[in-house]
Design a protein around this ligand. Structure first.
Ligand SMILES: Cc1cc2nc3c(=O)[nH]c(=O)nc-3n(C[C@H](O)[C@H](O)[C@H](O)COP(=O)(O)OP(=O)(O)OC[C@H]3O[C@@H](n4cnc5c(N)ncnc54)[C@H](O)[C@@H]3O)c2cc1C
Length: 331
């Protein structure tokens, strides 16, 4: 079986963690490994994995492929996949690759499955694992259709790096798109509070915006404490639906958006540890914690959802006081 790792380079010409993990997934299948890379430059990226035992490296490079753009990325992927002629094509589930995966599969006449969390050979068949219905059900998939293009989620496979010098066969890809990338608008690095690679997830719930025992709301203090914890621990920030809905209406904490919402209708992040604060721990929220290994919560209510077997440790305490003390100790 021929297996192609199909990945884009990052802005600095390297391969990102997601691409290295996708390589780990492709390599673990034990077939004939081929590599297809696209980006402004691909040689440095190919060199970083030169010793991965691939039979061949293919590349599509140039200014046209420096940033994410559907037309050029799809053309590059199509050219690389056709040259490789692999039965199985493995891509990282980055936003850039995910955007073109289905379209590339269509161009190749391939079957496609996205966001796999497992990929293995069992009884000589490739078996993929992914979650359905907002991570409530896990499914194992086999397909007879070939080629089969898959994207693999981050945090599920061992990253593979093997530096050396790779010989890359460069291919041409015809770009016909009229779309031009004129620039990228991104928040400042310290304004970015969603950090998928952080060890700890801090969840802020609606309690932060509620009247406290003195009968008053303390939104400014809540903001300072949450941002203080973030800055002291470099953790990732998540929130509950109730709080992001209020923040969207301009009522609560201005740095929260719907991107922060964890849960059934939000995200399902992966972190080693999680700390929920002022969040009740309702099932539609906690289902988003499926991939958080160690869970703790701070809540004034000793019979909140976290106490019903949903957290490893529940601190029945005032989150304002706890956060204050923790930030002080970390300083
Ligand atoms: C179809 C559907 C999908 C949903 N999807 C999601 C989803 O994706 N994500 C999600 O989060 N929710 C989701 N919900 C909503 C969910 O059921 C809850 O309503 C929501 O999670 C409640 O948010 P909360 O715990 O922050 O707020 P609340 O339920 O208001 O809880 C606030 C908590 O803060 C505590 N508190 C207050 N002050 C303090 C203090 N000083 N110190 C410590 N604790 C304090 C209170 O004791 C209380 O437990 C969904 C609901 C439905 C019906």
């Amino acid at each position: 079986m021929k297996v192609l790792l199909l990945a884009h380079t990052e802005g600095d010409g390297s391969l990102g963690k997601a691409a290295l993990e996708a390589l780990g997934a492709a390599k673990s299948l034990g077939g004939e490994l081929l590599i297809g890379l696209y980006g402004a430059e691909v040689q440095a990226a190919a060199n970083s994995i030169a010793g991965c035992d691939a039979m061949k490296f293919f590349g599509v490079a140039g200014a046209d492929f420096s940033t994410a753009r559907y037309g050029s990325d799809a053309a590059a992927c199509e050219a690389l996949a056709k040259a490789a002629g692999a039965e199985l094509i493995v891509m990282p589930a980055t936003s850039r690759a995910s955007r073109v995966a289905a379209g590339v599969a269509q161009r190749l006449g391939a079957a496609v499955d996205t966001r796999l969390t497992g990929l293995e050979v069992a009884d000589s068949k490739v078996v993929a694992t992914r979650w359905f219905y907002r991570q409530r059900m896990v499914g194992r998939i086999e397909r007879d259709a070939r080629p089969w293009l898959v994207t693999v989620d981050t945090g599920c496979f061992e990253a593979c790096t093997a530096p050396g010098t790779a010989s890359v066969e460069m291919l041409a890809a015809t770009v016909t798109t009229r779309t031009q990338v004129t620039g990228i608008k991104a928040p400042a690095a310290d304004a970015q509070t969603i950090r998928p690679d952080a060890k700890l997830l801090l969840v802020a719930g609606a309690g932060w915006g509620k009247s406290q025992p003195d009968g008053q709301k303390h939104l400014d203090e809540a903001s300072q404490l949450i941002l203080g914890l973030l800055s002291a621990t470099q953790c990732s920030l998540g929130s509950s639906k109730s709080l992001v809905d209020q923040s969207g209406d301009g009522g609560a904490l201005p740095f929260l958006t719907h991107m922060h919402q964890v849960g059934q209708t939000g995200s399902t992040p992966r972190h080693a540890k999680g700390l929920a604060t002022c969040c009740h721990g309702e099932e539609p929220h906690v289902v988003g914690w499926r991939f958080i290994n160690e869970r703790r919560a701070v809540n004034l209510d000793a019979s909140c959802g976290w106490a019903q077997g949903k957290a490893d440790v529940l601190y029945v305490a005032d989150a304002f006081a706890v956060a204050n003390k923790v930030v002080e100790l970390l300083k």
